[in-house]
Design a protein around this ligand. Structure first.
Ligand code: NAD
Ligand code: UDP
Length: 339
């Protein structure tokens, strides 16, 4: 069998990237991972190799550095790029917006230049459902207007526009702009998961810390939203489903005409209280929580219309909330045990 040409995965040591690399290797792809460990640890690489039962090339470096990228494209005949590397904290982006535009926008420009220089025109970009801002209705379709409400979301919107302009300017570009909803959970083995460097702001990682006794209680932000139980509703998506969505997107690239936005979500909304209940079931005991005021900037209800992903990628999420909580809890326990 001929050796497959390598796929470059920037940020491949991170939460979503690490799960995706395992799925790519499992699907027979050759992979080059580029990561600077800004938000991950070197120890994850060995776990990825163990899970995949196969090796990959690792390059430690900055995915937004032109010289590093030029050298990488020179040494490896890369045919496609999955671009995960970037900064991702909404709150932080309002404190240091220039860092977000520098990394996420200017950095991605360097990557696109390097790809263009090397004749590589296949890209899967990690966008976000946050580009929709506060939608007029749900489920959210890809043709809804975008109105991101913070620098992080606007950095994703800008990169989407740059990709679209680039694809319009010359033929041959195939770009999937994947708009993720809320990725949660972990690899079922407990070997990979989300490893936030600081205190997590997101619901699932915080809930896991409370369940593990590292925080006394969860604050439920808001109880009077126009949702069935008054708490915020989101479209939580198992990270392994999301990783498999990337393999489907990579396979679909030749069929994509230009830069195409695609939602990756389950299409099902879940409230904060439902998530607490599901996690209590996974953990086997009550998790302390109390109501707190609404979090500024929060949106009441947010979930995807996943029809386009089904149609174009032949992909849909298959793991339910119970599985997301069980796998998240397995990961939290193995972390606590120092596995
Ligand atoms: P993560 O922080 O776990 O992973 C990002 C990885 O990129 C880390 O390993 C980090 O070390 C690396 N990295 C960061 N900057 C780099 C650079 N300049 N050069 C090389 N490596 C670099 O984040 P994640 O949750 O896996 O998210 C991946 C992508 O998906 C991000 O672009 C994020 O904006 C997007 N996204 C994430 C979510 C989410 O909830 N996790 C939702 C929507 C979109
Ligand atoms: N949330 C909460 N307590 C927390 C963290 C989050 O009640 O400690 C709520 C939040 O208000 C929202 C939902 O959980 O309704 C999901 O929040 P998350 O930050 O995970 O995702 P995002 O709001 O960015 O989609």
């Amino acid at each position: 069998m001929p050796t497959p040409t390598p796929i470059l995965v920037t940020g491949g040591a991170g939460f979503i990237g690490s799960h995706t690399v395992v799925e790519l290797l499992g699907a027979g792809h050759a992979v080059v991972v580029l990561d600077n460990f800004a938000n991950s640890k070197p120890s994850v690489l060995e776990r990825m190799r163990r899970l995949a039962g196969r090796d990959f090339t690792f390059v430690e470096g900055d995915a937004h550095d032109a010289a590093c990228l030029a050298a990488l494209f020179q040494h490896h005949p890369i045919t496609a790029v999955l671009h995960f590397a970037g900064l991702k904290a909404v709150g932080e982006s309002t404190q240091v917006p220039l860092a977000y535009y520098q990394h996420n926008v200017a950095g991605t420009l360097n990557l696109l230049e390097a790809m263009r220089g090397a004749g590589c025109r296949n890209l899967v970009f990690s966008s976000s459902a946050t580009v929709y801002g506060d939608p007029a209705q749900v489920p959210i379709r890809e043709d809804f207007p975008r109105s991101a409400a913070n620098p992080y979301g606007r950095s994703k919107t800008m990169v989407e526009d740059i990709c679209r302009d680039l694809a319009l300017s010359e033929p041959g570009w195939h770009i999937a702009l994947l708009r993720y909803f809320n990725p949660v959970g972990a690899h079922p083995t407990g070997l990979l998961g989300e490893d936030p460097a600081s205190i997590p702001n997101n619901l699932m990682p915080y809930l896991l810390k409370v369940a593990a006794g590292q925080h006394p209680f969860l604050e439920v932000f808001g109880q009077d939203y126009a949702t069935p139980d008054g708490t915020g509703v989101r479209d939580y998506l198992h990270v392994v489903d999301l990783a498999q969505g990337h393999v489907a997107a990579l396979n679909a690239l030749p069929r994509l005409d230009g830069a195409v936005p695609i939602n990756l979500g389950t299409g099902r909304g879940c409230s904060v209280l439902e998530m607490i209940q599901a996690m209590e079931k996974a953990v086997g005991r009550p998790i302390p929580w109390r109501f707190a005021p609404r979090r500024p900037g929060d949106i009441a209800i947010y979930y995807a219309d996943p029809a386009l992903a089904r149609e174009i990628l032949g992909w849909e999420a298959s793991r339910d909330l119970e599985t997301m909580c069980r796998d998240g809890w397995t990961w939290a326990q193995s972390e606590a045990a120092g596995a």
